[in-house]
Design a protein. Structure first.
Length: 252
């Protein structure tokens, strides 16, 4: 398929697995993360797959708005593909802290990364891809944590709940629009990534469910990032993608 895919947080974890599986000569990948992913760059070269790697901190609001504007210009200047995809995957679970111990600066960074950056990139994506009739899909990587309260994860749960609602608002706006973009906020299940190491490294004082997450790792019940990425890509390609604005990959 001739398409352009933007993925945030492709330096490791789920985003890296998604990017690696999506590399192809017929697909332009645009990825954003603070760190590099040498294996991804190497594989792109080996496959002659177009890859634009932007090293960027998505928690910086002004700089992210500037990056989004540059990406929109680039999308406008490139030959139009048959499909555009935006995968908002980058995220942080920090700060892990009970409400009375909230570190305000870390909370603001999480809001900026998990929510404001998604809104900023979605805005640029929607505006830049509107003309021309190409299909447009936005996949927001959410979490079950946005759909039920978890003590110690007040910030994380709130950001993912915001992501779910923002996806629903975009869907409502696009209903009836010419060439409507499709959007889904999808929970990916519990995956064996660095985010889980951060969770296991939190203190049980601030995160009362710590033992349960230690146990999941010990029992080997965490999903492998590559297999989750494969299932998410299948989901992204479904004909009915976007009919459910809130979903969970574990339903399939
Ligand atoms: P990781 O912590 O392993 O990876 C996070 C990715 O986001 C990295 O590529 C990281 O790159 C990027 N990122 C983090 N901060 C920034 C920043 N300030 N600017 C740009 N990029 C940033 O997490 P996962 O792969 O586990 O998580 C991916 C998504 O899945 C997240 O949205 C998470 O909430 C969600 N999720 C994960 C679950 C799990 O069990 N792992 C469960 C449910 C949902 P870098 O540090 O190089 O910038």
């Amino acid at each position: 398929m001739n398409e352009t895919v933007i993925i945030t947080g492709a330096s490791r974890g789920l985003g890296a697995a998604l990017a690696e599986q999506l590399l192809a000569p017929s697909r332009r990948l645009i990825v954003i993360a603070r760190g590099v992913n040498p294996a991804l760059l190497e594989r792109a070269r080996a496959l002659s797959a177009p890859l634009d790697y932007h090293q960027h901190d998505l928690s910086q609001v002004e700089a992210t708005a500037a990056l989004a504007a540059r990406l929109a210009d680039d999308l406008g200047a490139m030959p139009r593909p048959s499909r555009y995809v935006l995968i908002n995957n980058a995220g942080t679970v920090e700060p892990v802290a009970l409400a009375q111990h909230l570190p305000a600066a870390a909370a603001a960074m999480a809001m900026n990364l998990n929510v404001v950056a998604v809104m900023t990139l979605s805005a640029a994506f929607l505006a830049a891809t509107q003309a021309g009739g190409a299909e447009r899909r936005i996949l927001n990587i959410s979490s079950n944590a946005g759909r039920r309260p978890v003590p110690g994860w007040g910030v994380y749960c709130s950001t993912k709940a915001a992501l779910d609602m923002y996806s629903r608002c975009i869907k409502a706006e696009q209903a009836g629009a010419a060439n409507p973009a499709r959007v889904c906020s999808l929970a990916p299940g519990v995956i064996d990534t660095e985010m889980q190491s951060v969770i296991r490294g939190s203190s049980s004082d601030q995160f009362p469910q710590l033992e349960r997450f230690m146990q999941m790792k010990a029992e080997g019940t965490l999903s492998d990032p590559a297999s989750v990425a494969g299932r998410l890509i299948e989901y992204l390609n479904r004909d009915d993608f976007g009919e459910r604005d809130i979903d969970d990959i574990r339903n399939y």
